[in-house]
Write a protein that binds this ligand. Structure first.
Ligand SMILES: Cc1cc2nc3c(=O)[nH]c(=O)nc-3n(C[C@H](O)[C@H](O)[C@H](O)COP(=O)(O)OP(=O)(O)OC[C@H]3O[C@@H](n4cnc5c(N)ncnc54)[C@H](O)[C@@H]3O)c2cc1C
Length: 297
């Protein structure tokens, strides 16, 4: 039996595994190796790793975690988790594993806008996070997609990196007269019509085609993505969730099921950065080990 099974081998899961290894805990990472940032070429903002490719970052994080004799990695997808008294059974399509604790570090499920060719540009010239990729888009002509929540701050935020901005709401009538006046005064254009298609080449978006026939030339875009943690493999657990669908956790990352913890973006229910996920994975692993050590003492 494992002390801990970690579902997800991103920065949160691998950082937790490194700490479990150093805490002499028998640990299994199960990772499907399909991270959200697999679509992009460079990761920015992680001290000592700025500009690293996501794949290289993972390889070196795996090397760090797997050098500890108690840590192992299965390349597989978790399909179910069951709790039986004081142990968990974690299943993949081909095997079952038992452990005393489970850490959910599976990131987020992500959905982009329904625009033709969107996938061709997402991660190369179309992003959602200016803190991650705004620098690379600086001074370009940018489209900024907003919704009800982001209309108030996103145009202002993106104006830090470019003054040549087109605000679009992709078919939602959400830009108030007051906001239109502010945008116009700032020299920004806006279009509330739905976007039907993106064009460009080699990952570089060149234009947006709107349903009203308008064509706007752009050199990059900030979009609104949708995220949640409603993973299929959690369905049987009946975990408590909050109003926004987030998993309810205590200050240590423990869910409503004792022994089942969350870390990284699965915990925050919102997209953050590699450095935050890694830091959180390390913290939660130490809380988890404290519980094991207390029980065994
Ligand atoms: C386009 C893009 C650009 C980004 N750029 C940056 C950047 O420049 N700088 C930065 O700091 N951050 C960036 N990020 C954000 C960064 O990728 C995340 O903050 C970080 O990866 C979150 O770490 P995590 O460990 O929580 O989840 P993830 O890294 O997403 O890892 C989760 C892992 O769990 C696995 N998993 C999911 N379900 C299962 C299952 N059922 N069974 C087994 N495994 C499973 C997934 O395959 C994945 O490997 C970017 C993200 C995107 C999408």
């Amino acid at each position: 039996m494992y002390d801990a099974i970690i579902i997800g081998g991103g920065p949160a899961g691998l950082s937790a595994a490194l700490n479990f290894g150093r805490g002499l805990k028998r640990t299994l990472i199960i990772d499907a190796d399909q991270p959200r940032n697999g679509v992009t070429e460079e990761s920015h903002g992680y001290l000592t790793q700025d500009g690293v490719s996501p794949g290289e970052f993972r390889k070196s994080a795996q090397r760090d975690a797997l050098k500890y004799e108690d840590v192992s990695l299965e390349r597989d997808r978790v399909t179910n988790i069951e709790k039986h008294e004081d142990r968990f059974i974690v299943s993949t399509s081909s095997a079952h594993f038992t452990s005393r604790q489970v850490l959910l570090a599976a990131g987020l499920r992500e959905k982009g806008p329904d625009i033709k060719n969107f996938e061709q540009f997402y991660g190369t010239s179309v992003f959602y996070c200016p803190w991650c990729d705004g620098y690379e888009l600086r001074n370009r002509r940018l489209a900024v997609m907003v919704d009800e929540d982001s209309i108030a701050h996103m145009p202002m935020l993106i104006s830090n990196w470019s003054k040549d901005i087109l605000i679009c709401s992709n078919g939602k009538d959400i830009i108030s007269e007051e906001n239109k006046e502010i945008l116009t005064n700032k020299g920004f254009k806006y279009n509330e019509t739905a976007i039907s298609e993106m064009t460009g080449s080699s990952g570089l978006v060149e234009s947006l085609i709107f349903e009203d026939g308008t064509v706007e030339n752009i050199e990059g875009m900030i979009v609104k993505m949708e995220w949640d943690t409603k993973f299929d493999f959690l369905e049987n657990l009946n975990l408590k969730r909050g109003k926004k669908g987030e998993l309810e956790v205590d200050q240590f990352g423990e869910t409503s099921i004792p022994g089942l913890f969350t870390a990284g973006e699965t915990k925050t229910n919102f997209a953050g950065q590699l450095i935050n996920a890694a830091a959180n994975g390390a913290d939660v692993a130490k809380f988890m080990m404290m519980k094991l050590i207390q029980t065994d003492f």
